[in-house]
Design a protein. Structure first.
Length: 258
């Protein structure tokens, strides 16, 4: 495994990981430290739903060792609402300051919804996003395949915004499994291929209930190697988190790179 490829999961604090990844009886406040013994990166997804206190983020930083990097998901008001949200950007940057100060910020993940289509207004919003984030590294995840155009990749490169590659169900208008890097950060998210539950589900986790097999993951080896060549560092995250399936996904991938 190359030093500049970081393998981790999207989130770490899941009750259903107890017994599947975390030993029974381990206190919740020790979960991240236990996680960081095996993995060198993690996506913080909780910031998408609500901004925590900076002290809570600082505590997370202190539970990880040297060389560990975080990807922090942008708050939903920054990506889904997009109106009168300048103060949210400021608050977000203040909250993640402990990660920045510790030198453990891998990047910020700005995940846009499927309804974020390729329009002039949204095109310009990407520029506003970059301006408000300043010099912080940002990776953009599109959920709508309308954005898969050469001129969009060029615009992202101009803005120094990264592009998030995804593995997800092969459904109409979702992104295919392509490998592209538009900044110094390469990025891949494995969402699973649960086509049945992607649009129709009672609970959000059902969308990510999927177990990858070795053949499916091996399809990504040349793609990840390509990203590694194009980027200064590459992050590979598994988001099929139900019952710890993400852990198995990343373990399989790491073995393939050893």
């Amino acid at each position: 495994m190359k030093a500049m490829i970081y393998f981790g999961t999207s989130g770490f604090s899941y009750d259903d990981w107890v017994g599947n990844f975390y030993p029974a009886g381990i206190p919740r406040h020790q979960w991240l430290a236990y996680y960081a013994r095996e993995f060198n990166t993690c996506e913080i997804n909780s910031t998408f739903y609500a901004l925590p206190k900076a002290a809570n983020i600082k505590a997370m930083v202190q539970k990880t060792g040297e060389g560990f990097l975080f990807s922090v998901k942008a708050n939903q008001e920054m990506t889904h609402l997009r109106e009168d949200n300048a103060e949210v950007f400021q608050a977000f940057c203040q909250v993640i300051e402990p990660v920045i100060a510790a030198g453990k910020l891998g990047c910020i993940l700005a995940q846009f919804p499927y309804s974020f289509r390729l329009t002039r207004e949204n095109w310009d919003y990407l520029k506003l996003l970059k301006e408000r984030m300043g010099d912080l590294p940002v990776v953009v995840e599109f959920r709508n395949a309308q954005w898969l155009r050469d001129e969009v990749f060029g615009w992202l490169r101009h803005l120094e915004l990264g592009f998030c590659c995804v593995d997800e169900p092969p459904l109409p208008n979702l992104l295919p499994p392509l490998a592209e890097a538009t900044s110094a950060v390469g990025y891949v998210r494995f969402h699973g291929r649960n086509s049945t539950k992607w649009w129709k589900h009672e609970q959000a986790y059902e969308r990510y209930d999927y177990t990858y097999n070795a053949q499916e993951l091996s399809e990504w080896l040349p793609k990840i190697k390509k990203l590694d060549r194009m980027s200064d560092r590459t992050f590979v995250f598994a988001n099929n988190h139900w019952h710890g399936q993400a852990v198995d996904t990343i373990r399989q991938l790491r073995v393939m790179f050893d």
